[in-house]
Design a binder for this molecule. Structure first.
Ligand code: ACM
Length: 677
């Protein structure tokens, strides 16, 4: 089918060429394309082009419509203005070689070719998915300069490194509304993710309406769940953006919510309510020896398999607590009778049966590492959360696998930390080429024990952009400074898309700072970050009823200001400007505590910050002494250095589930050589 679509109201436009100023490596693209050449000139966006769409399906025309709106939003150019005549000298040609699959498939070709010249745009792809990706690249290339809005002349041939580039969102621990998911899908589209994995059931709640087993939402959720109509709408919304939706229903562990509705299928008695906090310790798995378990799962998985059209169906399978099986006499007797020697074998038996159910409903089974067993069929997919060794072993056994270890965004590590993790590194690097092909990508994961819908965006974005680049771009794209520079631009663009990572964080910070001078609060807020990994659980068990409204919840996982200050401090010995700026910060840190102290006492949201503020003052004082020594030209004696390092260590203590992240700056100053006089 060939269709000429004129007058689609493209607000983008084109005119004379302008000398290019940006180099290819300065373009604000993320993920970085596999091949890009920047040429002289640019396309100026001031007139409607003549748009020609050939060979494409509805997803492309609706994608073009969204693209037009995005361009109009950014540039203020006319949008869908029927009175404007396209400029026949300029062309926006869009071509797909073929329609995409009815249900977006893992194997579909997502590549595209994009040429921009002063005379127009040429975007072509084997499949609509490539065109959708090309639109996002174009949006990222657009910039406002002295000549107005323009797109630099480029030639791009782009194709993803991995076919599975996912983001997992846990909607069980804290429910996330459809609007929240949709804006995150928009963010995913911007950086070319192609799988939204929804963790739909856990101990804390079952989140999809079941018509066959309505008890699952009547008693196994807290009233927060997606209707089937909402799911269908969400799946369509994602499909229009080149994104598959993979559902996860975690069994046989992490399944207390199911068991509230069906307590007779639990491995232990007494399940009467969904889990609300870490203090709720009764969390038995399903009883794998009860036929009713399989009847229930067959009913529900059959229904859900229809609702979620994707070819993969995730059954969880992680962290099964075997003590409940050990303590259940009926289960023990059954195991003896059936010659099942341990819990691992019992879960393997369970997985075999579940795999057949999932298969019967037309899906490939997906699960976390724990499901791996040599007797499962090779069409399953294993999501590794345990690390490079596990993913390599899985591939060696001949299973498809994808990496999530290293991409757990809820652990609050820096973008650089996630960026450094590659699915094909470590043990996986030694695999044969055939085995390496089984590693089909990765998934960023956001668990939500401590995350409400107010916090979610700020936990995912912009860091998920760095993971998206790792999974799309060539392995050689590893420059961290370039990544951070582009990530900052992306962060702004993601806000234009509708994500609330910055605005919501700021709103929360403002709320905490109510009634006090914001500058004093901010001085402290930018020097701290939430504790990493699972440390928060050790001082504050999660509780879904607990308001998540303190600084640890409001602050972004990574402080850009602190990173900049730490980098600046490494130049202290050689750079007078750096020293001048550092001095300002250090004075502020030293003096802030006395000023902020009366305000910290007046709000329950702030009292826990008192020790951090005092520690920051110590760091300011130590840093200033070190800076004075650097500038005086007299090195600190070994004793003085030791004293200062001891003070730093004493001030480097976590409080309020936060850590001070400018400690490296002060350490750099203490270690720096004095300036030669
Ligand atoms: C997991 O993090 N338990 C999959």
């Amino acid at each position: 089918m060939t269709r000429i679509c004129q007058r689609l109201g493209l607000a983008v436009l084109l005119a004379g060429s302008i000398a290019a100023t940006a180099k290819a490596d300065e373009l604000n693209l993320m993920p970085w394309p596999s091949h890009i050449e920047q040429q002289a000139g640019a396309l100026n966006l001031n007139r409607l082009p003549h748009v020609e769409v050939t060979g494409c399906e509805e997803r492309v025309t609706s994608g073009l419509d969204r693209f037009n709106r995005a361009v109009a939003l950014r540039t203020g150019m006319p949008f869908l203005n029927p009175d404007l005549k396209p400029d026949t000298a300029t062309m926006f040609a869009i071509h797909c070689a073929a329609h995409g699959d009815k249900v977006q498939a893992l194997e579909e070709d997502e590549s595209y070719k994009l040429t921009v010249t002063a005379a127009g745009i040429d975007l072509s792809a084997p499949n609509p998915l490539g065109v959708l990706h090309g639109f996002q690249t174009l949006l990222q290339l657009m910039h406002n300069g002295p000549q107005g809005w323009e797109i630099p002349a480029v030639q791009i041939e782009d194709t993803p490194r991995f076919p599975w580039r996912g983001l997992m969102i846990d909607v069980s621990r804290h429910f996330m509304g459809i609007d929240v998911l949709k804006r995150n899908i928009d963010g995913m589209e911007a950086v070319k993710y192609n799988v939204l994995h929804l963790h739909l059931s856990d101990d804390e709640g079952f989140r999809v309406q079941s018509l066959k087993r309505p008890k699952l939402t009547e008693v196994a959720s807290d009233g927060n769940f997606y209707t089937q109509e909402q799911v269908r709408d969400l799946v369509e919304y994602a499909r229009a953006r080149g994104i598959r939706v993979v559902p996860e229903f975690d069994v046989p562990g992490h399944s207390v919510s199911w068991l509230v509705a069906y307590p007779e299928l639990a491995s232990a008695p007494g399940v009467t309510k969904i889990v609300r906090s870490q203090y709720d310790e009764l969390r038995p798995p399903f009883d794998p020896t009860n036929d009713g378990t399989y009847k229930l799962l067959d009913d529900v998985f059959g229904e859900m398999a229809k609702l979620f059209p994707d070819e993969y169906f995730h059954i969880g399978g992680d962290e099964v607590d075997g003590k409940y099986w050990d303590h259940n006499e009926k289960i023990q007797a059954w195991m003896k009778e059936h010659n099942i020697k341990d819990n691992h074998a019992l879960q393997a038996y369970f997985n075999q049966k579940i795999q057949k159910i999932v298969n019967k409903h037309g899906k490939h089974m997906e699960g976390w590492d724990e499901i791996v067993a040599s007797d499962l069929p090779k069409d399953i997919l294993v999501q590794s959360w345990r690390g490079p060794k596990s993913i390599a072993q899985t591939a060696q056994m001949g299973f498809k696998t994808l990496l999530s270890a290293g991409y757990y965004l809820d652990l609050q590590y820096s973008a650089a930390t996630h960026y450094a993790v590659d699915p094909l590194e470590g043990e996986a690097a030694a695999l044969t080429p055939e085995q390496k092909k089984l590693i089909i990508g990765g998934e960023a994961a956001q668990w939500t024990e401590y995350v409400t819908s107010e916090i979610l965006d700020n936990r995912i974005w912009p860091r998920a952009g760095a993971v998206a680049e790792r999974l799309w771009s060539p392995e050689s794209v590893t420059d961290v400074n370039s990544m951070y520079r582009r990530l900052a631009v992306l962060s702004d663009e993601l806000q234009w898309v509708g994500l609330e990572h910055t605005t919501s964080s700021q709103r929360m910070l403002d709320r905490i700072a109510a009634g006090m001078p914001y500058e004093l609060f901010n001085t402290l807020a930018v020097t701290v970050e939430p504790v990493k990994e699972y440390e928060r659980e050790t001082t504050q068990k999660y509780d879904t009823n607990m308001p998540l409204n303190h600084l640890v919840d409001a602050d972004p996982p990574e402080s850009n200001e602190a990173r900049r200050i730490n980098a600046l401090a490494t130049q202290a010995a050689s750079n007078a400007e750096a020293r001048a700026e550092l001095r300002k910060w250090l004075v502020r840190w030293r003096d802030n505590d006395a000023k902020i102290e009366p305000y910290l006492a007046t709000s329950e949201l702030r009292t826990n910050l008192v020790p951090l503020s005092q520690q920051l003052a110590v760091l300011g004082t130590v840093g200033l002494q070190a800076l004075d020594a650097i500038e005086s030209g007299h090195a600190l004696t070994a004793d003085q250095q030791k004293q200062q390092n001891d003070s730093i260590t004493a001030a480097d203590v976590h409080h309020a589930q936060m850590l001070i992240v400018v400690v490296p700056a002060v350490k750099s100053l203490v270690a720096a050589e004095p300036v030669a006089h």
